[in-house]
Design a protein. Structure first.
Ligand code: AMP
Length: 178
């Protein structure tokens, strides 16, 4: 399936989770067998070309696509978790949201020094989550040069921010981010 056919499988829910947000819902994409398979194939092609040694995905929807790409390439998966979930001493990063802050954590032992870790997530909006993930993985010793997304809300500028941080950004489809 082409990226345009995949895009037609994404459902848009207006005013969720708050008024004015157009929520781009991947539930309908991942519930479609061919849609899921082709989405993962496109992402895995990007990650393979980028020379991934491992895949990192952010909780929760990054786990769906990241784990699938990791299986497709037979490379390890690094879960980037919400706080308090990992049972070991973690490396963490706090980052700003529109209102307040959030935190991501990883097990630093999951990354070998200099390993090329490719980030996979469902969607990039402002880029705050992805930038924090890049920083966290780099602090753990990873080389982070590529991030793959199913959806880019291109007018929100997240991809440009990642590129400024030296990360190549690949996305299967774009939507307006309003
Ligand atoms: P950001 O840190 O702003 O790039 O936001 C990234 C995360 O927020 C993504 O992983 C999405 O899961 C979620 N997100 C933000 N905006 C939307 C939207 N309009 N539709 C669906 N998910 C969104």
């Amino acid at each position: 399936m082409t990226p345009d056919e995949l895009k037609a499988l994404v459902r848009t829910i207006p005013d969720f989770p708050s008024p004015g947000i157009q929520f781009r819902d991947i539930t309908t994409l991942i519930g479609h067998g061919d849609g899921m398979a082709h989405t993962v194939r496109h992402l895995a092609d990007h990650a393979r070309k980028a020379g991934a040694d491992a895949i990192a995905g952010m909780e929760a929807r990054g786990f769906i696509f990241g784990a699938a790409v990791s299986v497709a390439l037979a490379k390890g998966f690094v879960p980037v978790r919400k706080p308090g979930k990992l049972p070991v001493e973690t490396l963490g990063i706090d980052y700003a949201l529109e209102y307040g802050t959030d935190r991501l954590e990883i097990d630093p032992g999951a990354i070998a020094d200099g390993q090329n870790v490719v980030i996979v997530d469902d969607l990039i909006a402002t880029g705050g989550t992805a930038l924090a993930t890049v920083e966290l993985l780099r602090q753990a010793g990873a080389r982070v040069e590529t991030a793959c997304f199913v959806i880019d809300l291109s007018d929100l500028g997240g991809a440009a921010q990642l590129r400024n941080a030296g990360v190549e950004v690949l996305s299967l489809m774009q939507f307006e981010g309003d």
